[in-house]
Design a protein around this ligand. Structure first.
Ligand code: NDP
Length: 435
């Protein structure tokens, strides 16, 4: 805590992992006296840099850019870029640390990293976003490479931003390679990558429900967020017979008690992705729906909850309400959306609970598949990628059960994911010596 003073989110993420991994190390002499966890909490490299760009009025603007290269024991650093005014080192270190374990769980050779900037794409013109991305990449390009570090999108970095970043990288390096994932289909992207995090979260929920001989069909669900992860979690859930009741953004949430169907979801996608509007506008078109300002949807009743917006959006109080309302499953789509206290509430009530590092790993896994396709200069069909994604989510679920099953049969997916993620990275670090 002293070393990382004030880095609240990072300390929260480390504590959650340490609580489950330290007892495991104590039971396994093989992993002792190697400073493994101590090494794992220290990023291999942190880069911060100035990003200067010109706004539409010709005025100079300045932001801070980052790349946290956390761990490369099992593969090149891999993890998204976040553009949001709240971005700081604590948030990127928490995300990078989580990413190491998540990437290990995917079964693919991917190390962990994360980056971004305190830039807010909201309210900026396309040209401003482009100039920012070009300036950001002008510095970042010296630190990344297809076998060194392969960034991707995250909050505030979608198809538009990845395109601008890739264009600038190619211009500077004179190389067309898989330096970024989440690319558009016309320039090396993978089918199913946009869908993968949301779809993967729902596939993971299917696997969890199977352990209780249950299915998704006929269940009701609360989803938060209305960005990339939330949209595709909703899409897959609807396809599998779930009645999705809510979606949200940073202004509040809307509830449609008749259920958000495919057509309504298309309206949301167009609203958020093309018009860059607010979720509130849903209630202007579908007037039976309600909008609740400034809050999250967790006080509503449903069978399933998928928090897909941002960190710490679901608190102990929300968790208590969800449990009181008989929530059956909580699947994290965002990174660390549930506070540590909320997770305790779910565990105590034996709710099926999956941490983001397991249930949102489908995105980075499919990014890994995009890297493979780029290296082969070949593209798989969407059926092929979707099948691989399903298999990976099933494997991650099995790994969680292997290390997380408790004596009474309850699966502690947090423990399972942390230990399974740890083992692969730790083994590689041991083999590579004190580096
Ligand atoms: P997007 O930018 O596409 O969407 C983010 C959504 O969350 C928006 O609806 C946004 O609302 C809302 N949101 C963001 N910040 C806040 C906040 N501080 N308070 C309330 N709402 C907020 O991002 P993604 O969907 O890609 O990412 C969502 C989460 O999933 C993040 O935690 C991310 O790290 C995680 N994740 C994403 C992956 C991916 O493949 N994209 C992979 C794995 C994890 P608004 O529109 O108002 O900004």
């Amino acid at each position: 805590e002293q070393k990382n003073h004030g880095e609240t989110e990072f300390l929260q993420a480390v504590k959650e992992v340490a609580e489950t991994v330290i007892p495991f190390i104590e039971d396994n002499p093989h992993y002792q006296n190697q400073m493994l966890l101590e090494r794992m909490v220290e990023p291999e490299r942190i880069i911060t840099f100035r990003v200067t760009w010109l706004d539409d009025e010709g005025k100079t603007q300045v932001n801070r850019g980052y790349r946290v290269q956390f761990n490369s024991a099992i593969g090149p650093y891999k993890g998204g870029l976040r553009f949001h005014p709240t971005v700081n080192l604590s948030i990127l270190k928490f995300l990078g640390f989580e990413q190491v374990f998540k990437n290990s769980l995917t079964t693919l050779p991917l190390g962990g990293g994360k980056g971004g900037a305190d830039f807010d794409p909201k309210g900026k013109s396309d040209n401003e976003v482009m100039r920012f991305c070009q300036s950001f990449m002008t510095e970042l390009q010296r630190h990344i490479g297809k076998d060194t570090d392969v960034p991707a999108g995250d909050i505030g970095v979608g198809a538009r931003e990845v395109g601008f970043l890739f264009g600038q990288y190619k211009r500077l390096e004179n190389q067309f390679n898989g330096i970024l994932t989440g690319k558009g289909m016309s320039y090396g992207g993978s089918l199913i990558r946009p869908e993968a995090t949301g779809y993967g979260n729902i596939y993971f929920a299917q696997n969890m429900l199977k352990t209780k001989s249950e299915t998704l069909e006929g269940k009701t669900a609360l989803i938060s967020g209305s960005g990339n992860v939330a949209q595709y979690a909703a899409e897959k859930a609807i396809e599998l017979g779930v009645k999705v009741l809510t979606m949200s953004d940073s202004q509040g949430y809307m509830i449609d008690r008749e259920g958000i169907d495919k057509e309504k979801l298309e309206f949301i996608k167009d609203l958020k992705n093309n018009k860059r509007g607010r979720i509130k506008e849903y209630t202007e078109k579908y007037t039976h729906a309600e909008f609740h300002e400034g809050i999250v949807p967790w006080m509503e009743k449903a069978d399933l909850a998928f928090p897909c917006a941002t960190q710490n959006e679901l608190t102990e109080e929300h968790a208590n309400t969800l449990v009181k309302n008989n929530i059956m499953l909580v699947g994290e789509g965002a990174n660390m959306p549930c506070t540590a206290e909320a997770i305790e509430v779910f565990k105590k009530a034996k709710v099926l609970f999956s941490p983001g590092k397991a249930s949102n790993a489908g995105g980075v896994a499919t990014s890994g598949l995009e890297m493979t396709q780029n290296a082969m200069r070949y593209g798989w069909t969407s059926e092929e990628v979707d099948k691989k994604l399903k298999d990976i989510m099933k494997d991650i679920h099995e790994a969680c059960v292997k290390y997380g099953k408790t004596e009474d049969g309850y699966v502690d997916y947090v423990k399972g994911a942390n230990i399974a993620g740890f083992v692969k990275v730790a083994d590689a670090m041991l083999a590579q010596g004190a580096v």
